[in-house]
Design a protein. Structure first.
Ligand code: GLA
Length: 540
């Protein structure tokens, strides 16, 4: 402890002399928290660098922990309670590289009750079912469907109008809604969905370029404040901001809108309103996890549009490819800063379109092939484990029709009881919405140094509030898998006893040493909630 204090003292002297270079870290350095809430920040360094100390300044409730240096993904981390008072805080991470050169990184911590999205947003979007064919009437029917299926109660509280809600024109100054689709205007739509359920909110879509991705309606670049004022005047509370036909760099474009949203939120707060939420939809091409928070967003797409496929590939990511591509971005997620994996395909049953390209029945002799129930549960499990925004796009109407496709006859009911059970499962949603805001780490076994994919499965571990963990095991293959024995010491789970609840089935057992999964069905993900047993309540 003494040595540590001396090191921090020395750090401060050197910093005062301006002796340390400004460094960088491959992890989030712009953090957020609600006041007094449990907080965690994983300090991942460049290869060969170590964290020598953290100078917390006046923040007395956080400390540097080093108990993960020899397990799992190996890093030091900051944990504790965020300051109880709202405000802008910072702390300085001191680093030393392999040659003994020192540098420092300043971390900014905003503590506020008025964060855009402290936990991942839960939204229903129009795009992959309705495409351009959206209307007031259909949205009201969707609101009723959300109510009927229990989705609003489960936490899905926003309906977002994706591309093609506006009058088709390229004149940015003339942006307005299409009165044929929305005869009562967007404000009228908001009132109508709130009559269905007063908790419902409305989101909208625009683009940082000349035109949206459909090249159908104008984008908002250089018209950010004007367009945002319009959305605000209609009672809109969220923006999905796309990046087709762009006119400037992604960072500049998104920062311009971010600044406008920041100003709007300052006003909303003063007036007792709710925060406006900003989703950056740049598809991962310029690594928005490095700048999305700084540009004012609270989530950013990390891949191109998700496809209703088990595997897919990088440009057309199915369930596995999308997750594989982004599972090592866990150190960039946190409260109010989430990596977005696009809309889930649950409930599309092979009939979605157009980005989903799920209309396999057209190229498949009319045979409808969507995700199986196990694949759908895996999609939900992984989106929750990875703290992804939960976005839906399935047709929840009483009498669904394949709008975006060829009007082919649909199975009835389209949304099955299994879909609803998957999408409203309180246990899995609680993992997504855990207030610590951590994305599950893609795990490597300490004993072998390798991940588990060579064995045909993946292991994910998510830090939860209260010193709990969620552990997921995904069977990647389309074959049944023998039971897996997971030594807990290979993860962060040591030798203690854990209450282990199988989240999907609800069964609970006590584990110590090794966790046995039992047989896994094809493409199944088993998710466990692990609560420490008989140990000091918490590390916080
Ligand atoms: C892009 C986005 C999609 C959708 C369409 C609309 O492809 O990634 O999610 O918004 O544009 O045109």
């Amino acid at each position: 402890m003494k040595g540590k204090k001396r090191l921090i003292g020395l750090a401060l002297v050197l910093q005062g002399l301006g002796a340390w270079a400004e460094g960088t870290m491959p992890c989030a350095t712009r953090l957020y928290s609600l006041p007094g809430q449990q907080f965690m920040h994983k300090l991942v360094t460049h290869a060969g660098e170590t964290v020598t100390a953290v100078d917390f300044g006046p923040v007395t409730t956080l400390s540097l922990r080093d108990d993960r240096l020899h397990v799992g993904n190996r890093y030091k981390y900051v944990a504790g309670l965020a300051p109880a008072e709202e405000g802008e805080y910072s702390y300085t991470v001191h680093l030393r590289d392999a040659k003994g050169k020192d540098s420092e990184v300043k971390v900014q911590l905003t503590v506020s009750r008025f964060l855009q999205s402290p936990t991942p947003s839960m939204v229903w979007l129009t795009w992959n079912w309705f495409a351009r064919e959206i209307s007031h009437h259909k949205m009201v029917e969707i609101a009723h469907g959300m109510e009927r299926c229990g989705l609003i109660k489960a936490g899905f509280k926003t309906i977002l109008l994706d591309d093609a809600w506006a009058m088709p024109t390229s004149d940015k100054a003339a942006l307005t809604y299409d009165p044929e689709k929305f005869p009562q205007g967007i404000a009228g739509l908001k009132s109508a969905i709130r009559e269905v359920n007063s908790e419902l909110r409305l989101g909208i879509y625009s683009d940082a370029g000349t035109m949206t991705c459909e090249s159908y309606q104008p984008g908002s670049y250089l018209y950010e404040s004007q367009h945002l004022a319009l959305f605000d005047s209609w009672g809109v509370d969220m923006l999905k901001y796309d990046f087709c036909n762009s006119e400037a760099s992604s960072r500049e474009s998104y920062s311009r809108m971010g600044k406008a949203i920041d100003e709007l939120n300052t006003r909303r707060r003063a007036e007792g309103g709710i925060p406006f939420v900003y989703n950056v939809c740049e598809w991962g091409s310029t690594q928005p996890w490095l700048w999305g928070a700084e540009a004012g967003g609270s989530s950013w797409r990390t891949t191109s549009d998700a496809r209703e496929d088990w595997v897919g590939n990088n440009s057309r990511p199915g369930v596995l490819a999308g997750v594989d591509e982004t599972r090592r971005l866990w150190m960039y997620a946190g409260v109010n800063r989430f990596n977005d994996l696009d809309m889930m395909c649950i409930g599309l049953h092979g009939l979605g379109g157009p980005s989903n390209n799920t209309a396999y029945h057209m190229s498949n002799g009319g045979v409808i092939r969507g995700l199986t129930d196990a694949q759908a549960r895996t999609q939900m499990s992984l989106w929750c484990m990875l703290a992804r925004p939960l976005s839906l796009t399935c047709d929840l109407r009483d009498a669904p029709r394949a709008e975006a496709n060829d009007g082919a006859p649909l199975p009835y009911p389209l949304i099955t009881a299994a879909d609803v059970a998957t999408l409203t499962h309180a246990g899995i949603i609680a993992i997504n919405q855990d207030p610590l805001g951590q994305q599950a780490e893609y795990m490597e076994a300490v004993s072998t140094g390798a991940d588990y994919s060579g064995e045909g499965y993946d292991v994910y571990l998510k830090d939860l509030s209260g010193g709990r963990f969620a552990l997921a095991v995904t069977n990647r293959s389309q074959e049944e898998m023998e039971g897996i024995q997971l030594p807990l010491a290979d993860l962060y789970l040591g030798t203690g006893r854990w209450t282990c609840r199988d989240v999907w089935s609800g069964t609970e057992v006590m584990v110590r040493g090794t966790l046995s999964t039992g047989r896994l069905s094809p493409c199944e993900t088993r998710v466990y909630l692990l609560t420490p047993k008989g140990r000091k309540k918490s590390q916080w």
